[in-house]
Write a protein that binds this ligand. Structure first.
Ligand code: GLU
Length: 497
């Protein structure tokens, strides 16, 4: 049998998500249980949304969890490059093949035409999709429009009728009518491939034998299988894992649960406990034991035993498990060592001492100044937010808007945090001191000698987000109706900025 090769293929477009770690874990266990190889591929074909910073965070967070890979952009391998932005020539050569065979076609439709088409389809309650307008352009017309340098994309042909049937290793046969499948764009007008095209070409060239990914990709699988067919390639086997869910069963979202892997690091969880917890999502050990190491999981691993009921990502359960690890797996000395290692991460302490050095006389003076950095959620009371210029609604708005602004920051440092605060205060027509007050309470809890801007910068987005959320909850949050209003107000503010 050919070697087992699996991959995790994150798009570097935001915070490193626990869902990525979950999928990485199952792919890694499966590959290594079968003496295969586990690959990390960076899917950064979306030029606008992908950032190198996000890629760096993904690598760092998976490394923190110990989910190492055998081939990837940093360690190399036989089938690189492992970053899609470095593989443009490969996609170009492959799209030529499909164009020659006539299984893909150039489409010159303008965005306006496509928008109108969509609006019309929506109005008629039809499934929105491309109508095949450019499907039958003559070779001559295509050549003319190409030489006139008309902007265009390349789309794949899709059967007009019948069903796509495929086997999902966890779900059995899946049947999706071709009429539900759009003539997917394969190459965008900027010449770069879409996810679908790059993903299939790479899975084939990287000899991926088993595609284990989230269930949100089930509906894309017909397009992928059709591409394998067009190329005349043997497709891999597909396994669609159940999505992680919030305790209320909705899809795991950062609105309701911290989803960034770094939140768990910064909050002081042990990586081995987080990995164990992710392993509990859809997987149970044959002996029913809930606490297990990645090695134990791998030794017992059997993909067909993954259960499909939406696994609930529940912080209380993770706390319980992490507590067990602290008590049962670490000696007192080890616990002390791990704690000190955590406290020193990212040079947090060094950055703080730099700020307060002029004002302290002995180590003990540092302790109260540093406490905010080493705490999780703070004990606050609604009264703490009382302020003569801001009522509770104003404070909530400040907190929410500031959080949204911070989440949009591409670079996180003291200067960017400060500029953000200043410009937001200005557009909210608040004095910076008043504006910073609720943030100060939410983020540091009580007076510290560092400025709130420094505190935010040192703490990092994940803990700041958690504390702002916590404060918002404490102040009663926003009702569903209110959320809409606040979003609208925020949008208007942005437009006027
Ligand atoms: N880039 C896709 C993602 O971000 C990969 C999906 C797949 O595994 O095919 O999830």
């Amino acid at each position: 049998m050919a070697q087992i090769r699996t991959r995790v293929a994150p798009s570097p477009t935001g915070d490193p998500h626990v869902g990525t770690a979950y999928i990485a874990l199952f792919n890694r266990c499966f590959a290594h249980a079968g003496q295969g190889r586990f690959i990390l591929r960076i899917e950064d074909t979306d030029k606008v949304r992908s950032t190198t910073e996000s890629e760096r965070k993904i690598l760092e967070s998976l490394q923190w969890l110990g989910l190492s890979w055998d081939e990837g952009p940093d360690v190399g391998g036989e089938y690189g490059p492992y970053r899609q932005s470095e593989r443009s020539d490969i996609y170009q050569a492959h799209i030529e093949q499909l164009l020659e065979k006539g299984t893909a076609f150039r489409c010159f439709c303008t965005p306006e035409r496509l928008q109108d088409l969509r609006a019309e389809q929506m109005q008629q309650k039809q499934t929105p999709g491309y109508d095949g307008h450019c499907l039958h352009l003559s070779a001559q017309e295509v050549a003319e429009r190409l030489s006139a340098k008309e902007s265009h994309v390349v789309r794949m042909k899709v059967p007009a009728e019948g069903d796509c049937r495929f086997m999902d290793g966890l779900r059995g046969e899946i049947v999706i009518p071709w009429t539900q499948i759009d003539m997917q764009v394969l190459i965008k007008s900027d010449g770069l491939p879409t996810y679908h095209f790059a993903n299939v070409v790479d899975d084939h060239l990287m000899k991926i034998s088993h595609v284990i990914r989230g269930e949100e990709w089930i509906n894309s699988t017909p397009k992928h299988l059709l591409l394998y067919e067009y190329f005349g390639w043997q497709p891999p086997e597909f396994f669609h894992m159940p999505l992680l869910r919030n305790p209320d069963k909705s899809k795991l979202s950062k609105r309701k649960n911290p989803t960034s892997i770094f939140y768990y690091r910064d909050m002081g969880y042990l990586p081995e406990a987080v990995v164990n917890y992710l392993g509990m999502m859809g997987w149970t050990m044959p002996n029913g034991e809930e606490k297990f190491s990645i090695e134990e999981m791998q030794a017992a691993f059997d993909l067909t035993r993954v259960s499909l009921g939406g696994p609930i990502f529940d912080l209380e359960k993770l706390d319980w498990l992490n507590g067990k690890y602290l008590r049962e797996n670490l000696s007192d000395a080890e616990l002390a060592e791990r704690f000190l290692g955590w406290a020193a991460q990212d040079d947090r302490l060094g950055r703080l001492t730099g700020l307060v050095k002029q004002r302290v006389e002995k180590f003990t003076d540092l302790v109260p100044l540093a406490a905010f950095m080493f705490s999780g959620l703070l004990e606050l009371r609604p009264d703490d937010f009382q302020h003569k210029k801001l009522d509770e609604e104003d404070s909530k708005k400040v907190l929410q808007f500031f959080l949204w602004h911070l989440e949009a920051l591409e670079e996180w440092n003291r200067d960017t945090v400060e500029t953000t605060a200043q410009s937001l205060a200005e557009s909210m027509e608040l004095k910076i001191r008043d504006f910073l007050f609720p943030i100060f309470v939410a983020v540091t809890g009580k007076p510290v000698s560092v400025s709130v801007i420094d505190a935010v910068a040192i703490l990092g987005l994940d803990l700041v987000r958690a504390r702002i959320r916590h404060a918002l909850d404490l102040l009663g949050g926003f009702s569903k109706k209110k959320v809409k209003e606040v979003e609208k107000a925020y949008q208007q503010l942005q437009e006027h900025q």
